[in-house]
Design a protein around this ligand. Structure first.
Ligand code: HAM
Length: 413
Protein backbone atom coordinates (compact mmCIF):
# COMPACT_ATOMS: atom_id res chain seq x y z
CA UNK A 1 0.00 0.00 0.00
CA UNK A 2 1.30 3.48 -0.73
CA UNK A 3 1.71 5.70 2.27
CA UNK A 4 -0.40 8.87 2.47
CA UNK A 5 2.03 11.78 2.61
CA UNK A 6 1.79 14.69 4.99
CA UNK A 7 1.02 18.02 3.28
CA UNK A 8 4.14 20.07 2.55
CA UNK A 9 4.73 22.77 5.16
CA UNK A 10 2.47 21.10 7.74
CA UNK A 11 4.15 19.55 10.78
CA UNK A 12 3.29 16.96 13.41
CA UNK A 13 4.21 17.93 16.93
CA UNK A 14 5.13 14.91 19.05
CA UNK A 15 5.21 15.16 22.88
CA UNK A 16 8.77 16.58 23.18
CA UNK A 17 7.97 19.42 20.77
CA UNK A 18 4.33 19.85 21.84
CA UNK A 19 5.57 20.39 25.42
CA UNK A 20 7.21 23.63 24.26
CA UNK A 21 3.92 24.85 22.84
CA UNK A 22 2.03 23.98 26.03
CA UNK A 23 4.71 25.76 28.04
CA UNK A 24 4.48 28.90 25.87
CA UNK A 25 0.68 28.89 26.08
CA UNK A 26 0.61 28.53 29.85
CA UNK A 27 3.21 31.31 30.28
CA UNK A 28 1.16 33.55 27.94
CA UNK A 29 -2.04 32.84 29.90
CA UNK A 30 -0.30 33.67 33.16
CA UNK A 31 1.40 36.86 31.92
CA UNK A 32 -1.52 38.18 29.83
CA UNK A 33 -4.01 37.72 32.66
CA UNK A 34 -1.86 40.07 34.76
CA UNK A 35 -2.66 42.74 32.16
CA UNK A 36 -6.40 42.04 32.10
CA UNK A 37 -6.63 40.03 28.87
CA UNK A 38 -9.24 37.29 28.43
CA UNK A 39 -9.12 34.33 26.07
CA UNK A 40 -11.08 34.37 22.83
CA UNK A 41 -11.29 31.42 20.42
CA UNK A 42 -12.33 32.17 16.88
CA UNK A 43 -12.91 29.88 13.86
CA UNK A 44 -10.09 28.74 11.60
CA UNK A 45 -12.21 29.22 8.47
CA UNK A 46 -13.59 32.63 7.56
CA UNK A 47 -15.09 34.22 4.48
CA UNK A 48 -12.29 35.22 2.10
CA UNK A 49 -13.52 38.81 1.92
CA UNK A 50 -12.68 39.29 5.62
CA UNK A 51 -8.97 39.01 4.84
CA UNK A 52 -9.19 40.90 1.55
CA UNK A 53 -10.84 43.85 3.31
CA UNK A 54 -8.50 43.88 6.31
CA UNK A 55 -5.02 42.61 5.38
CA UNK A 56 -5.23 44.22 1.92
CA UNK A 57 -5.34 42.89 -1.64
CA UNK A 58 -1.82 44.14 -2.41
CA UNK A 59 -0.10 42.25 0.37
CA UNK A 60 1.78 39.00 -0.25
CA UNK A 61 -0.43 37.35 2.35
CA UNK A 62 -3.69 38.01 0.46
CA UNK A 63 -2.25 38.10 -3.05
CA UNK A 64 -0.12 34.95 -2.93
CA UNK A 65 -0.29 33.04 0.32
CA UNK A 66 -3.86 32.25 1.29
CA UNK A 67 -5.39 28.78 1.38
CA UNK A 68 -8.63 29.74 -0.36
CA UNK A 69 -11.25 27.38 -1.77
CA UNK A 70 -14.96 27.29 -2.55
CA UNK A 71 -17.26 25.44 -0.16
CA UNK A 72 -20.02 23.12 -1.40
CA UNK A 73 -22.21 26.10 -2.21
CA UNK A 74 -19.39 27.84 -4.06
CA UNK A 75 -18.76 30.45 -1.37
CA UNK A 76 -15.11 31.47 -1.12
CA UNK A 77 -13.59 30.49 2.24
CA UNK A 78 -10.06 30.98 3.56
CA UNK A 79 -8.03 29.24 6.25
CA UNK A 80 -7.07 32.18 8.46
CA UNK A 81 -3.56 33.48 7.63
CA UNK A 82 -3.47 35.46 10.91
CA UNK A 83 -5.69 36.03 13.93
CA UNK A 84 -6.41 39.77 13.97
CA UNK A 85 -9.05 39.86 11.21
CA UNK A 86 -11.09 37.07 12.85
CA UNK A 87 -10.77 38.63 16.30
CA UNK A 88 -11.99 41.97 14.91
CA UNK A 89 -14.91 40.23 13.16
CA UNK A 90 -15.83 38.42 16.40
CA UNK A 91 -15.56 41.66 18.37
CA UNK A 92 -17.92 43.42 15.93
CA UNK A 93 -20.35 40.45 15.88
CA UNK A 94 -20.48 40.38 19.70
CA UNK A 95 -21.68 44.02 19.84
CA UNK A 96 -19.93 44.27 23.21
CA UNK A 97 -18.30 47.57 22.39
CA UNK A 98 -19.56 50.64 24.24
CA UNK A 99 -17.89 54.02 23.66
CA UNK A 100 -15.23 54.53 26.32
CA UNK A 101 -14.87 50.80 27.05
CA UNK A 102 -11.67 48.86 26.58
CA UNK A 103 -11.68 45.17 25.65
CA UNK A 104 -8.58 42.97 25.73
CA UNK A 105 -8.35 39.51 24.18
CA UNK A 106 -5.71 36.90 23.52
CA UNK A 107 -5.96 33.86 21.31
CA UNK A 108 -3.71 30.92 20.31
CA UNK A 109 -3.91 28.63 17.37
CA UNK A 110 -2.89 27.49 13.91
CA UNK A 111 -2.64 29.94 11.00
CA UNK A 112 -2.09 29.10 7.33
CA UNK A 113 0.06 30.80 4.72
CA UNK A 114 1.14 29.27 1.43
CA UNK A 115 4.78 30.29 1.74
CA UNK A 116 7.94 28.42 0.73
CA UNK A 117 8.62 26.21 3.75
CA UNK A 118 12.00 26.54 5.45
CA UNK A 119 13.43 26.63 8.96
CA UNK A 120 10.99 28.73 11.04
CA UNK A 121 8.55 29.06 8.15
CA UNK A 122 5.66 26.62 7.81
CA UNK A 123 2.43 26.65 5.84
CA UNK A 124 0.61 25.76 9.04
CA UNK A 125 2.15 27.67 11.93
CA UNK A 126 0.92 28.81 15.33
CA UNK A 127 0.50 32.26 16.78
CA UNK A 128 -0.01 33.67 20.23
CA UNK A 129 -2.01 36.82 19.55
CA UNK A 130 -3.18 39.71 21.76
CA UNK A 131 -5.48 42.59 20.84
CA UNK A 132 -6.77 45.72 22.62
CA UNK A 133 -9.95 47.46 21.41
CA UNK A 134 -11.19 50.90 22.39
CA UNK A 135 -7.89 52.60 23.29
CA UNK A 136 -6.31 55.10 20.92
CA UNK A 137 -3.77 56.16 23.53
CA UNK A 138 -0.05 55.50 23.07
CA UNK A 139 -0.17 53.90 26.53
CA UNK A 140 -2.03 50.92 25.01
CA UNK A 141 0.72 50.36 22.41
CA UNK A 142 3.38 50.65 25.12
CA UNK A 143 1.46 48.21 27.33
CA UNK A 144 1.44 45.64 24.52
CA UNK A 145 5.19 45.96 24.00
CA UNK A 146 5.80 45.67 27.75
CA UNK A 147 3.50 42.64 27.95
CA UNK A 148 5.17 41.01 24.94
CA UNK A 149 8.56 41.55 26.55
CA UNK A 150 7.31 40.14 29.88
CA UNK A 151 6.01 37.06 28.06
CA UNK A 152 9.27 36.53 26.14
CA UNK A 153 11.23 36.90 29.38
CA UNK A 154 8.87 34.45 31.11
CA UNK A 155 9.68 31.77 28.54
CA UNK A 156 13.38 32.47 29.09
CA UNK A 157 14.17 34.64 26.06
CA UNK A 158 16.09 37.81 26.75
CA UNK A 159 18.45 38.18 23.78
CA UNK A 160 15.94 39.66 21.35
CA UNK A 161 15.76 42.97 19.51
CA UNK A 162 12.63 45.12 19.62
CA UNK A 163 12.24 47.38 16.59
CA UNK A 164 9.61 50.11 16.51
CA UNK A 165 8.30 52.63 14.02
CA UNK A 166 5.32 54.88 13.40
CA UNK A 167 3.44 54.51 10.14
CA UNK A 168 1.55 57.81 10.48
CA UNK A 169 -2.19 58.17 10.18
CA UNK A 170 -4.79 58.67 7.48
CA UNK A 171 -4.03 62.41 7.65
CA UNK A 172 -0.27 62.42 7.24
CA UNK A 173 0.24 59.28 5.21
CA UNK A 174 -1.04 60.63 1.85
CA UNK A 175 1.79 63.19 1.72
CA UNK A 176 4.30 60.43 2.52
CA UNK A 177 2.82 58.22 -0.19
CA UNK A 178 3.23 61.08 -2.65
CA UNK A 179 6.86 61.50 -1.58
CA UNK A 180 7.37 57.79 -2.25
CA UNK A 181 5.73 58.00 -5.67
CA UNK A 182 7.97 60.97 -6.54
CA UNK A 183 10.97 58.92 -5.45
CA UNK A 184 9.94 55.87 -7.51
CA UNK A 185 9.42 58.13 -10.49
CA UNK A 186 12.95 59.42 -10.15
CA UNK A 187 14.08 55.80 -10.73
CA UNK A 188 13.81 53.68 -13.83
CA UNK A 189 10.49 51.89 -13.23
CA UNK A 190 11.54 49.00 -15.47
CA UNK A 191 13.99 47.94 -12.74
CA UNK A 192 11.18 47.22 -10.25
CA UNK A 193 9.41 43.86 -10.27
CA UNK A 194 6.01 43.61 -11.94
CA UNK A 195 4.18 43.52 -8.58
CA UNK A 196 5.93 46.69 -7.44
CA UNK A 197 5.16 48.53 -10.68
CA UNK A 198 1.51 47.85 -9.91
CA UNK A 199 1.88 48.65 -6.20
CA UNK A 200 3.32 52.08 -7.05
CA UNK A 201 -0.14 52.98 -8.30
CA UNK A 202 -2.29 51.06 -5.82
CA UNK A 203 -0.28 51.06 -2.59
CA UNK A 204 3.16 52.74 -2.74
CA UNK A 205 4.05 51.71 0.84
CA UNK A 206 3.94 48.03 -0.12
CA UNK A 207 6.94 48.52 -2.45
CA UNK A 208 9.04 49.07 0.69
CA UNK A 209 8.13 45.56 1.88
CA UNK A 210 9.02 43.77 -1.39
CA UNK A 211 11.35 40.78 -0.91
CA UNK A 212 12.79 40.91 -4.47
CA UNK A 213 16.51 41.89 -4.11
CA UNK A 214 16.48 44.46 -6.96
CA UNK A 215 13.45 46.23 -5.45
CA UNK A 216 15.04 46.08 -2.00
CA UNK A 217 18.15 47.81 -3.34
CA UNK A 218 16.12 50.44 -5.20
CA UNK A 219 14.17 51.52 -2.10
CA UNK A 220 17.24 51.82 0.10
CA UNK A 221 17.31 55.61 -0.17
CA UNK A 222 13.54 56.11 -0.27
CA UNK A 223 12.08 58.80 2.03
CA UNK A 224 11.20 57.60 5.53
CA UNK A 225 7.77 57.97 7.13
CA UNK A 226 9.15 59.45 10.36
CA UNK A 227 10.13 62.60 8.40
CA UNK A 228 6.48 63.00 7.33
CA UNK A 229 4.51 62.44 10.56
CA UNK A 230 1.89 65.00 11.53
CA UNK A 231 2.14 66.66 14.95
CA UNK A 232 -0.36 64.28 16.57
CA UNK A 233 1.39 61.18 15.25
CA UNK A 234 4.73 62.54 16.38
CA UNK A 235 3.45 63.15 19.92
CA UNK A 236 1.78 59.74 19.98
CA UNK A 237 5.00 58.02 18.95
CA UNK A 238 7.06 60.10 21.39
CA UNK A 239 4.78 58.96 24.23
CA UNK A 240 5.17 55.29 23.28
CA UNK A 241 8.95 55.72 23.35
CA UNK A 242 8.87 57.69 26.61
CA UNK A 243 7.04 54.84 28.37
CA UNK A 244 9.44 52.25 26.97
CA UNK A 245 12.38 54.43 28.03
CA UNK A 246 10.88 54.84 31.49
CA UNK A 247 10.45 51.08 31.78
CA UNK A 248 14.06 50.53 30.71
CA UNK A 249 13.12 48.66 27.53
CA UNK A 250 15.86 48.55 24.91
CA UNK A 251 14.54 49.11 21.42
CA UNK A 252 15.76 50.18 18.00
CA UNK A 253 13.99 52.79 15.86
CA UNK A 254 13.51 51.36 12.38
CA UNK A 255 11.90 54.02 10.14
CA UNK A 256 11.88 51.51 7.24
CA UNK A 257 9.61 48.99 8.92
CA UNK A 258 6.23 48.88 7.14
CA UNK A 259 4.97 45.40 8.22
CA UNK A 260 3.42 42.94 5.77
CA UNK A 261 -0.24 43.77 6.39
CA UNK A 262 -2.09 46.88 5.24
CA UNK A 263 -4.19 47.68 8.29
CA UNK A 264 -1.51 49.39 10.39
CA UNK A 265 -1.42 53.06 11.38
CA UNK A 266 0.90 54.82 13.83
CA UNK A 267 2.86 52.46 16.12
CA UNK A 268 4.20 49.24 14.67
CA UNK A 269 6.85 46.92 16.06
CA UNK A 270 8.70 43.67 15.49
CA UNK A 271 10.79 41.45 17.70
CA UNK A 272 13.69 39.72 15.99
CA UNK A 273 16.29 37.11 16.84
CA UNK A 274 19.45 36.37 14.92
CA UNK A 275 19.72 32.87 16.38
CA UNK A 276 17.14 31.13 14.19
CA UNK A 277 18.32 31.49 10.60
CA UNK A 278 16.87 33.79 7.98
CA UNK A 279 13.35 34.00 9.39
CA UNK A 280 14.26 36.46 12.11
CA UNK A 281 10.88 37.93 13.15
CA UNK A 282 9.50 36.12 16.19
CA UNK A 283 6.70 38.62 16.82
CA UNK A 284 5.11 41.62 15.20
CA UNK A 285 2.25 43.98 15.76
CA UNK A 286 0.94 47.48 15.81
CA UNK A 287 -2.03 49.80 15.82
CA UNK A 288 -4.94 49.42 13.42
CA UNK A 289 -7.35 52.30 14.11
CA UNK A 290 -9.97 52.30 11.35
CA UNK A 291 -10.02 48.53 10.81
CA UNK A 292 -13.03 47.87 13.06
CA UNK A 293 -15.02 50.48 11.16
CA UNK A 294 -13.80 49.22 7.75
CA UNK A 295 -15.12 45.79 8.64
CA UNK A 296 -18.57 47.18 9.45
CA UNK A 297 -18.14 47.85 13.17
CA UNK A 298 -18.21 50.96 15.33
CA UNK A 299 -15.57 53.66 15.25
CA UNK A 300 -13.26 51.87 17.65
CA UNK A 301 -9.44 51.90 17.66
CA UNK A 302 -7.41 48.72 17.95
CA UNK A 303 -3.85 47.60 18.58
CA UNK A 304 -2.19 44.21 19.04
CA UNK A 305 0.60 41.76 18.29
CA UNK A 306 1.24 38.14 17.42
CA UNK A 307 4.19 35.84 18.18
CA UNK A 308 5.20 32.98 15.91
CA UNK A 309 5.37 29.87 18.09
CA UNK A 310 7.48 27.82 15.64
CA UNK A 311 10.17 30.48 15.72
CA UNK A 312 10.03 30.84 19.50
CA UNK A 313 10.21 27.04 19.82
CA UNK A 314 13.51 27.10 17.90
CA UNK A 315 14.92 29.34 20.63
CA UNK A 316 13.71 27.23 23.56
CA UNK A 317 15.82 24.48 25.10
CA UNK A 318 14.38 20.99 25.08
CA UNK A 319 11.77 20.64 27.80
CA UNK A 320 12.34 18.09 30.53
CA UNK A 321 9.12 16.08 30.51
CA UNK A 322 7.81 15.24 33.97
CA UNK A 323 8.91 11.71 35.02
CA UNK A 324 5.96 9.38 35.60
CA UNK A 325 5.48 7.99 39.13
CA UNK A 326 5.27 4.33 38.13
CA UNK A 327 5.63 1.76 35.42
CA UNK A 328 3.53 -1.33 36.11
CA UNK A 329 5.21 -4.33 34.53
CA UNK A 330 3.02 -7.38 33.93
CA UNK A 331 5.29 -10.40 33.76
CA UNK A 332 2.61 -13.14 33.57
CA UNK A 333 -0.32 -12.93 31.20
CA UNK A 334 -2.70 -14.06 33.98
CA UNK A 335 -1.96 -10.91 36.01
CA UNK A 336 -2.83 -8.49 33.15
CA UNK A 337 -6.44 -7.73 34.12
CA UNK A 338 -5.70 -7.38 37.83
CA UNK A 339 -2.77 -5.10 36.97
CA UNK A 340 -5.06 -2.82 34.97
CA UNK A 341 -7.35 -2.46 38.01
CA UNK A 342 -4.38 -1.77 40.28
CA UNK A 343 -3.02 0.88 37.86
CA UNK A 344 -6.48 2.46 37.83
CA UNK A 345 -6.46 2.64 41.65
CA UNK A 346 -3.02 4.30 41.53
CA UNK A 347 -4.23 6.89 39.01
CA UNK A 348 -7.32 7.52 41.13
CA UNK A 349 -4.85 8.47 43.87
CA UNK A 350 -3.34 11.04 41.47
CA UNK A 351 -0.25 9.06 40.47
CA UNK A 352 0.96 9.08 36.86
CA UNK A 353 2.17 6.03 35.02
CA UNK A 354 1.69 3.31 32.48
CA UNK A 355 0.87 -0.36 32.68
CA UNK A 356 2.09 -2.94 30.18
CA UNK A 357 -1.06 -4.43 28.74
CA UNK A 358 0.16 -8.00 28.40
CA UNK A 359 2.69 -10.31 30.01
CA UNK A 360 6.32 -10.34 28.89
CA UNK A 361 9.82 -11.26 30.00
CA UNK A 362 11.22 -9.49 33.04
CA UNK A 363 14.11 -8.23 30.89
CA UNK A 364 11.92 -6.57 28.26
CA UNK A 365 9.66 -5.12 30.95
CA UNK A 366 12.65 -3.61 32.80
CA UNK A 367 13.83 -2.05 29.56
CA UNK A 368 10.38 -0.46 29.08
CA UNK A 369 10.35 0.73 32.72
CA UNK A 370 13.76 2.38 32.27
CA UNK A 371 12.70 3.99 29.01
CA UNK A 372 9.58 5.46 30.58
CA UNK A 373 11.76 7.24 33.18
CA UNK A 374 9.38 6.14 35.97
CA UNK A 375 10.50 6.65 39.57
CA UNK A 376 9.10 3.25 40.63
CA UNK A 377 8.64 0.00 38.76
CA UNK A 378 5.77 -2.13 40.02
CA UNK A 379 5.89 -5.79 39.05
CA UNK A 380 2.94 -8.18 38.93
CA UNK A 381 3.24 -11.82 37.92
CA UNK A 382 1.61 -15.09 38.92
CA UNK A 383 2.76 -15.07 42.55
CA UNK A 384 1.73 -11.42 43.14
CA UNK A 385 -1.63 -12.26 41.60
CA UNK A 386 -2.14 -15.20 43.96
CA UNK A 387 -0.91 -13.33 47.08
CA UNK A 388 -2.64 -9.98 46.42
CA UNK A 389 0.79 -8.38 46.43
CA UNK A 390 2.93 -6.19 44.19
CA UNK A 391 6.70 -6.06 43.89
CA UNK A 392 7.97 -2.51 44.19
CA UNK A 393 11.35 -1.63 42.68
CA UNK A 394 12.93 1.76 43.35
CA UNK A 395 14.22 2.97 39.97
CA UNK A 396 15.66 6.26 41.15
CA UNK A 397 17.77 5.26 44.16
CA UNK A 398 19.44 2.00 45.08
CA UNK A 399 17.25 -0.23 42.90
CA UNK A 400 15.98 -2.09 46.02
CA UNK A 401 12.89 -4.13 45.60
CA UNK A 402 10.34 -5.57 48.03
CA UNK A 403 7.04 -7.36 47.73
CA UNK A 404 4.16 -5.68 49.57
CA UNK A 405 0.50 -6.26 50.18
CA UNK A 406 -1.31 -4.35 47.40
CA UNK A 407 -3.98 -2.83 49.67
CA UNK A 408 -1.42 -1.70 52.25
CA UNK A 409 0.76 -0.23 49.50
CA UNK A 410 -2.18 1.76 48.13
CA UNK A 411 -3.10 2.93 51.61
CA UNK A 412 0.50 4.11 52.16
CA UNK A 413 0.40 6.47 49.15
P1 HAM B 1 2.78 38.94 11.20
O1 HAM B 1 4.03 39.76 11.35
O2 HAM B 1 2.33 38.64 9.82
O3 HAM B 1 1.66 39.71 12.01
O4 HAM B 1 2.96 37.57 11.96
C1 HAM B 1 3.33 37.53 13.32
C2 HAM B 1 4.39 36.46 13.55
O5 HAM B 1 3.91 35.20 13.05
C3 HAM B 1 5.68 36.67 12.78
O6 HAM B 1 6.53 37.57 13.47
C4 HAM B 1 6.25 35.27 12.73
O7 HAM B 1 6.94 34.98 13.93
C5 HAM B 1 5.01 34.40 12.67
N1 HAM B 1 4.83 33.88 11.30
C6 HAM B 1 4.27 34.51 10.25
N2 HAM B 1 4.27 33.72 9.15
C7 HAM B 1 4.83 32.53 9.53
C8 HAM B 1 5.11 31.29 8.87
N3 HAM B 1 4.78 31.07 7.59
N4 HAM B 1 5.72 30.30 9.58
C9 HAM B 1 6.03 30.49 10.89
N5 HAM B 1 5.78 31.64 11.56
C10 HAM B 1 5.20 32.65 10.90
C11 HAM B 1 0.38 39.26 12.13
O8 HAM B 1 0.00 38.16 11.82
C12 HAM B 1 -0.53 40.28 12.79
N6 HAM B 1 -1.87 39.71 12.83
C13 HAM B 1 -0.04 40.64 14.18
C14 HAM B 1 -0.94 41.63 14.85
C15 HAM B 1 -1.85 41.37 15.82
N7 HAM B 1 -1.00 42.92 14.58
C16 HAM B 1 -1.92 43.47 15.33
N8 HAM B 1 -2.47 42.54 16.09
Amino acid sequence: MTKVQKIKGFADLFPDEAAKYTFMESCAREVFSRYGFGELRTPILEKTELFQKSIGEDTDVVGKEMFTFPDRKNRSLTMRPEATAGVVRAFIDSKIHQPGNISKFFTFGPMFRYERPQKGRQRQFHQIDAEIFGADEPQADAELILMLKAFLNAIGLTKLTIEINSLGCHDCRPAYKQALVDYYESKDKANFCEDCRRRMETNPLRVLDCKVPTCKALVEDAPVITDHLCGECETHFADVRAILDGAGVDYVLNPRMVRGLDYYVRTCFEVTSFDIGSQTAVAGGGRYDGLVRNLGGPDCPGTGFACGMERLALLLDDMALEAPDFYLAVVDKEAANEAMLFAQALRDKGLTGEVSFSGGSMKSRMRAANKSGAKTCLIMGGSELADQTVTVKDMAGNQDQETLDRKLYLASL
